[in-house]
Design a protein around this ligand. Structure first.
Ligand code: URP
Ligand code: ZN
Ligand code: ZN
Length: 464
């Protein structure tokens, strides 16, 4: 059925105006000051949006759904994760495919794709993690990029012995990325330094969650940024720094930018809103807040918000990685290095940015749209199909009530994880109606869509 959205305030990264939007099939076909429903052919659902904002569907550029990691499996599947995404206004997920070093990349791609295909209620694409780079793997990566439209690689400069890559392989991979015109997203920490710090702390009996941050301090992250941007400078590859948590790392990226390196910075909702004292909570509660890079000293938050306001930080993602507080986080009860890393925030991301960014005056609504949707679409080769509201774009739309107030809570969460890191926090604003390619998938707190309706979004290669 066609959809007419009437009387809303349309906010994109570049515009802010009042108009009606008409969607036929999966696409936006008309945007005009006023469209008379009586003039439209066939069945049309009319959605009144006066007093509300109409925003482009949000894109989360960094999520983990199917994630075998640190000896366990993350809690969500694609159905629960996509429902959580939609409840937070996110209509496209960019998930990390994370195979192990013995796995075949193409098989991994097919595994992740078939899981998403089966359960995902919103659209999706992937970053392809590279954890081995022998000749056979190289051939497979070429296919994944060229035949399946996956326009980004992911590398981990962390998780020693599990996901990290040798420098020789990293260099060759970056040459391939440049040749193929795809961007390399990177988890920047120095794996050897983290390993040595962890061993020293544990040997000294410092095994609690409060030691997670000291085991991987800001200089370790900045060193990772310097490492990847040096390789980018030498190979010409373009790089996207995921979950950048602190001033030192951002400054290292900016130095590279000044040298002409093509580098973009992602921040994630947990680093913008939580600080390291959460990971220091007693009685192991801090484990809910263990992720890597870790939550930092609170002063980094203002720095990140300012960097977002000035667009030094391009995107805000989540790094959603859900591990239960009961049953999974306790794997590291006696040794913080064994706690499965991750702070889930897929459903909460946009509302956290709205509450703590827009409502506090740190950023404006257009910056929120840019960081939570448009920049991801541009950088990851999906624009203007995704990331904006324009004639010809996918009808991925969020009718957002900026004046709604309530609280974040596990009770209203669609994720299968057993805690909400933001439990009881005030929430200002919420997605009221969410469409994916012209179909309403979420309305007034309820999922009303179809699991499995999501599609893989083929992406353009724009980083040659
Ligand atoms: O703590 C985190 N970030 N967990 C997920 C894996 C990763 O490094 O992105
Ligand atoms: Zn990471
Ligand atoms: Zn991640």
């Amino acid at each position: 059925m066609a959809i007419l959205i009437r009387g809303g305030r349309i906010v994109t990264a570049s515009d802010d105006y009042q108009a009606d939007i008409y969607c036929e099939g999966e696409t936006v076909t008309r945007i005009e000051p006023s469209i008379d429903p009586a003039s439209l052919p066939g069945d049309v659902e009319v959605i009144e949006a006066s007093g509300k904002c109409v925003l482009p569907g949000f894109i989360d550029p960094h999520v983990h759904v199917y994630l075998p990691f640190m000896g366990t499996l993350a809690r969500d599947d694609h159905e629960s994760a996509s429902k959580a995404a939609l409840a937070g206004g996110t209509t496209t997920l960019v998930e990390m495919i994370c195979p192990g070093p013995d796995d075949e990349p193409l098989e991994a791609f097919e595994t992740w794709r078939s899981k998403a295909d089966e359960g995902c209620a919103c659209d999706y694409t992937f970053h392809m993690s590279v954890v081995r780079f022998d000749e056979s793997a190289q051939e497979q990566f070429r296919k994944i990029v060229l035949e399946h439209g996956i326009a980004s690689f992911k590398v981990f400069l962390a998780y020693k012995g599990a996901l990290d890559l040798s420098d020789e392989d990293l260099f060759e991979l970056m040459k391939m990325a440049k040749e193929l015109g795809v961007i390399v997203s990177a988890h920047c920490e120095n794996a050897a330094a983290v390993d040595a710090m962890q061993k020293a702390l544990v040997a000294a009996g410092k095994t609690g969650t409060e030691w997670h941050e000291p085991s991987r301090p800001t200089c370790v992250e900045a060193s990772g940024v310097n490492h990847i941007t040096t390789f980018a400078e030498l190979t010409g590859a373009h790089v996207y720094l995921v979950h950048t948590s602190c001033e030192e790392a951002v400054r290292s990226a900016l130095e590279a930018r000044h040298r002409g390196v093509n580098v973009w910075i992602e921040a994630v909702a947990p680093h913008l809103t939580l600080d390291k004292t959460y990971a220091e909570k007693p009685d192991f509660e801090g484990a809910k807040y263990v992720m890597s890079p870790p939550l930092r000293d609170v002063k980094n938050q203002d720095f990140l918000w300012n960097a977002l306001a000035s667009r030094i930080v391009s995107t805000v993602g989540t790094d959603h990685a859900p591990f239960d507080f009961e049953g999974q986080k306790p794997m590291g009860k006696d040794n913080f290095t064994l706690i499965p890393n991750g702070i889930p925030s897929l459903q909460e991301r946009v509302d956290l940015v709205h509450t703590h960014g827009v409502k506090t005056g740190r950023i404006d609504l257009q910056t929120m749209v840019d960081a939570c949707s448009t920049q991801a679409a541009r950088l990851l080769g999906m624009y203007p199909r995704k990331g904006t509201i324009a004639v010809g774009s996918d009808a991925d739309l969020v009718i957002y009530d900026p004046d709604w107030t309530g609280t974040f809570s596990l009770e209203t969460s669609f994720s299968r994880v057993d805690y909400n890191a933001f439990e009881g926090w005030e929430k200002k604003g919420r997605a009221e109606v969410v469409t994916v390619r012209g179909a309403v998938q979420y309305r007034d707190g309820e999922f009303v869509g179809t699991p499995g309706r999501g599609q893989l979004v083929p992406r353009q290669r724009t980083h040659g």
